[in-house]
Design a protein around this ligand. Structure first.
Ligand code: GTP
Ligand code: MG
Length: 1010
């Protein structure tokens, strides 16, 4: 039996799209036709089989990714439906990690939306082979009433738009690897095809290639070009191959000569339509008109049924509802599942070829350091494992490797009651989850070997390193027994005894071992799979406590379960001891809380208003770009602090980094972490990540230089920046943040008897801005100075921690700092021994004093340089019918939104508006919008960037003019920055300067007037 297994007959695919573009509806039809009878075709498109959670049915959106096994023409297809709502985008990451191909859906009426970009990017990152599905073609006919020609133009535009998005991702890569372009297929272009092929050759999606299909998921019909090409081949007397090329693009059929020509071949004034319009869309339109139009040509339908030999029961044709008639004719003429599944089999790779292509993403080649050569056995075996994954080796003796992309909880009662052999199971006792009613399953794909139930495997976390031994690594590897394996049929689980490479399974028995994702391996000598990338991070935070304090233990246990069951939620305890839950957005948060209340904790809860996070920075704008650098020198620009014992003096200068650089540092934190740890390695054919990061850092700086200066200054500024990039000692907060600790300029010398605490340009070295510095200690000095130098060296870590703590919580409201570079000069002076003894008693440990002084000085330096509050911004896409524009703008204005673009959607009554909305103002935004526009307007928010408020939080009107404009401070000013800061301070229990009554007399007069 085992030998008949061939992974070439397997496809692992997922459906990806913007919210509501019809993924689950499409899945329904595929399940009805190939799902082994779990869904009756009559219910397809209405039941939404994959949305089996109550909350999903209630809201009519998908919230999780789930898999189903389909059988089609001897192929076994694992289909994963994914959610389109931004709040659940992490599920898109987990789905695409387990798939090899992605069906990207686009609603033909709405076109490309934000999430379409996001899913295309995810498919690109995970190296999926995408196919395009243009859905809701019926709406073009019935709702928009477009002519076939107009419809063609619209479809062409969408295909073009999707292609240009993908080509942007592609060229990002090609930029760093010109060779790939040179090595790319040159293609043979015949003279005749030149005009047409030239601009399409590079396109990913080409209907004439067969990787684009046009469908109506609701009514269950769809087609690719090849279906029509085959049909017309005999009629037009052309080969179906050449027809397939001609049925898209500017190709015209001349009936007289029976020739297919390009645009140039048309005679002037010719009314010829492109062949796609004439041979594909027009017949479709005719069928719709014949049925829906009361005066329609009823004979046409008969003709169609006859010429295609369709078996439509007369009862269905007699149906009074024209829509039902259409559905029964169309779904027999152009069955949706055939169009989609034949494309999947032809254009999407089987696990074997996919894994060799995806290997560089899944298991990037590690750079082996010289000192690892002792462990050559380990390296050899890890290499063997990598090879088996590359080949998708499904022999029983191959090393066993699987990746768990998420954990999900199912109620115990949903588990199959019988095992593979039909024996009755007692799930509760074997579960090992104690008294819980929930069972955790791992959503996993086997990449090599065979998994058996009962097998023991190693569970590797992303930080595991097979070359390291010792305690620090032990916590990243555990041994676990796989309790049982299941094939997934949506909600249904079918127990299996074993599963081979290339398959997707649910695994029970790992609940105690895996929190979110992990690699499973039969050998310790295996690298963990690379981590998945998520489009956003959980930013919406609330504090949770039980209504009744007695229930605290239940809440804590519930939070733990929720944390395991949801791939994206983050659970933490704040500095003040609150339990904080972080979710991706309001819908996600609401579901988490519901789950917590009803499934995991089962207690009543109190939920705080959202805790918004901010950043702190300084005002960096100035007309002269050199001012920035002036602030790095001189005494007037710096803050000086001395430790209580008087031995250490800390001087701090601060400078604002260019916005683009700050953003880059923030976005690259994962990469930086790897680089700093020396772990960053080259993916097979890409540029080395350090080199490309270096290049991007320079680009970021140059973009600011070219913005602000005249040409002749450019060189000078470049030199100044070069100098700065050579002096980076550390990044903060938490070692990889967007703030820098710079070494003092090399001209700063020890003065007098004191000695500077010297750091090393560690980050600059790692990034390759300076070569590894050999510390040359030139002059050998007296023993006394030497011991002082040693003491200074031992205090380095205090300076570092002072910097880390300060950048972790700024002076305004204890929020992390944003885009600042600190130059810290800390010098210590000698002390007589007798003093030393009693001083350490009096002021505490010296290292602690230095740390505190550094921290205080950094904070004071920020306060001195016009501090500003930085807030998170959402990018918001709104779709509103024209008549609700007024109320929509009113809602936007109330929420400090900034409009970026407003545009009528061609061919529809909708207006699309793009705007930035501050995170702090975004809660309840969607609800308010819905209320004010009677539900006609929809909005999607994506976290976009951080933005400093220009407003000075400490602004007090001083000059006469200002007093005239803002009042003399007696009336309450609307200082937004101050309001935000005070809000955070109050929440954190920090003192807030509030003048409840400032000018009592004036208030009284005011009161009298009223
Ligand atoms: N007219 C028309 N409506 C469709 C078509 N396909 C889907 N719909 C409708 O579009 C809506 C959304 O469909 P779903 O399948 O739930 O969309 P989805 O992409 O799964 O949505 P999420 O999972 O929430 O992202 C439903 O009301 C469907 O009936 C179609 O081909 N034509
Ligand atoms: Mg869905």
């Amino acid at each position: 039996m085992a030998d008949s297994y061939d992974c070439r007959s397997i496809r692992n695919i997922c459906i990806l799209a913007h919210v509501d573009h019809g993924k689950t509806t499409l899945a329904d039809h595929l399940i009805a036709s190939s799902g082994g009878g779990v869904l009756h075709p009559k219910q397809a498109g209405r039941l939404r089989f994959m949305d089996y959670l109550d909350e999903e049915q209630r809201r009519a959106i998908t919230m999780k990714s789930s898999s189903i096994a389909l059988q089609y023409k001897g192929y076994s297809i694992n289909l994963i439906d994914s959610p389109g709502h931004m709040d659940f985008c992490s599920e898109v990451s987990t789905a695409s990690r387990l798939s090899d191909g992605g069906l990207v859906l686009v609603d033909a009426v709405e076109g490309v939306h934000i999430q379409t970009h996001a899913v295309l990017r995810q498919a690109w990152i995970e190296k999926l082979t995408p196919c395009l599905v243009l859905n809701k073609i019926d709406r073009l006919i019935v709702e928009l009433k477009l002519s076939p020609m107009e419809a063609y133009n619209r479809l062409q535009r969408i295909v073009h738009e999707v292609n240009s998005i993908v080509s942007a991702y592609k060229s990002e890569k090609y930029l760093s690897d010109v060779d790939s372009i040179l090595a790319g297929p040159a293609g043979e272009i015949g003279d005749e095809n030149q005009e047409f092929v030239e601009d399409d050759e590079e396109d990913t999606f080409q209907p004439q290639k067969g990787n684009v299909v046009f469908v109506c998921a609701l009514d269950g019909w769809g087609f690719g070009i090849c279906e029509f090409a085959e049909f017309y081949a005999s009629k037009l007397g052309a080969s179906s191959g050449s027809l397939q090329k001609a049925l898209w693009g500017p190709r015209y059929f001349i009936p007289k000569t029976k020739m297919i020509v390009g645009k140039k071949g048309l005679t002037a004034g010719s009314k010829a339509r492109p062949m796609f319009v004439q041979f594909v869309l027009e017949p479709l339109w005719q069928v719709y008109e014949a049925v829906l139009d009361t005066n329609g040509d009823k004979q046409l339908l008969e003709k169609l049924i006859k010429s295609f030999n369709l078996s439509v029961p007369p009862r269905e044709l007699q149906n009074k509802d024209p829509k039902a008639v259409l559905q029964s004719v169309m779904s027999r003429w152009l069955p949706l599942s055939d169009a989609i599944l034949s494309m999947v089999i032809k254009h999407m790779p089987d696990p074997g070829s996919a894994q060799s292509f995806r290997l560089s993403r899944l298991l990037p080649k590690r750079e082996i350091l010289d000192d690892d050569f002792g462990s050559s056995d380990v390296i050899a075996e890890a290499e063997l494992v990598r090879k088996s994954v590359e080949m998708c080796d499904s022999r029983p003796e191959a090393p066993c490797v699987a990746f768990v992309s998420k954990m999900f909880a199912v109620p115990m009662k949903m588990l199959p009651q019988r095992d593979v052999n039909g024996g009755i199971l007692n799930n509760y006792i074997e579960g090992g989850n104690g008294d819980s009613d929930e069972c955790f399953l791992a959503f996993a794909r086997i990449f090599s070997g065979v998994l058996h139930s009962g097998q023991k495997v190693f569970v590797l976390s992303a930080l595991y390193d097979p070359l390291k031994t010792g305690d620090s690594v032990q916590k990243h590897i555990q041994e676990a027994e796989l309790h049982s394996l299941y094939l997934m049929m949506g909600q249904g689980l079918t127990p299996v005894a074993s599963a081979r490479a290339g398959n997707i399974v649910a695994i029970r028995g790992l609940g105690q071992h895996i929190l979110k994702s992990a690699t499973l391996s039969s050998t310790k000598n295996c690298w963990p799979f690379s981590s998945m990338t998520f489009q956003v991070s959980p930013t919406l935070k609330v504090a949770i406590e039980p209504s009744d304090p007695v229930d605290m233990a239940a809440l804590m246990k519930g939070l733990q379960l929720l944390n395991r069951a949801d791939p994206f939620v983050e659970v933490s305890v704040s500095a003040r001891g609150e339990h904080v839950l972080a979710a991706a957005g309001e819908v996600h948060l609401e579901r988490c809380i519901k789950d917590l209340k009803e499934r995991f904790a089962k207690v009543n809860l109190e939920i705080s208003p959202p805790l918004v996070s901010f950043r702190e920075t300084i005002e960096g704008e100035s007309s002269n770009p050199f001012d920035k650098f002036k602030s790095l020198t001189g005494n007037s620009n710096c803050i000086e602090k001395t430790t209580p014992n008087g031995r250490c003096t800390v001087r701090v200068h601060v400078l604002k980094l260019p916005d683009a650089l700050t953003k880059l540092l923030d976005e690259s934190s994962d990469l930086l972490e790897d680089i700093i740890a020396g772990k960053a390695t080259r993916a097979q054919d890409d540029e080395h990540p350090v080199e490309s990061l270096k290049k991007r850092i320079w680009d970021a700086i140059e973009s600011e230089i070219s913005d602000t200066s005249v040409e002749k200054d450019e060189e000078k500024l470049k030199l100044l920046w070069e100098n700065i990039l050579k002096r980076i000692w550390a990044l903060g907060p938490r070692q990889v943040g967007p703030n820098m600790l710079l070494l003092p300029d090399s001209t700063t010398e020890d003065n007098g008897s004191s000695v500077l605490i010297k750091g090393s340009p560690y980050i600059s070295e790692r990034l390759g801005f300076v070569s590894n510095s050999d510390e040359l200690e030139t002059e050998t000095t007296s023993a006394e100075t030497r011991s002082l130098k040693e003491e200074a060296d031992s205090l380095r870590s205090s300076v570092l921690s002072g910097f880390q703590v300060a950048t972790g919580s700024g002076p305004l409201c204890d929020e992390p700092m944003w885009g600042l570079a600190f130059v810290i000069e800390a010098s210590i002076s000698p002390v007589s021994e007798s003093e030393a003894i009693h001083q350490s008693d009096q002021y505490g440990v010296f290292s602690g004093q230095v740390m505190t002084a550094v921290k205080e000085a950094c904070k004071a330096a920020v306060l001195q340089k016009n501090p500003r509050i930085v807030e998170g911004m959402y990018f918001c896409e709104l779709n509103t019918p024209t008549e609700y524009l007024g109320p929509m703008y009113a809602v936007l204005a109330r929420r400090r939104a900034r409009i970026l673009k407003e545009e009528m959607q061609e061919g529809s009554p909708l207006f699309t508006v793009h705007a930035y909305v501050p995170v702090a103002e975004s809660f309840g935004f969607a609800d308010e919008l819905r209320r004010w526009t009677s539900g006609a307007s929809s909005a999607l928010l994506v976290l976009s960037h951080w933005e400093a408020l220009a407003e000075d939080p400490f602004f007090v009107p001083k000059t006469e003019e200002e007093k005239e404009e803002f009042g003399d401070g007696s009336s309450v000013l609307q200082n937004t920055a101050r309001k935000l800061i005070d809000g955070v301070r109050r929440r954190k229990g920090l003192p807030v300067e509030e003048k409840v009554v400032q000018f009592a007399t004036k208030q009284r007069t005011l009161a009298r007037k009223v």
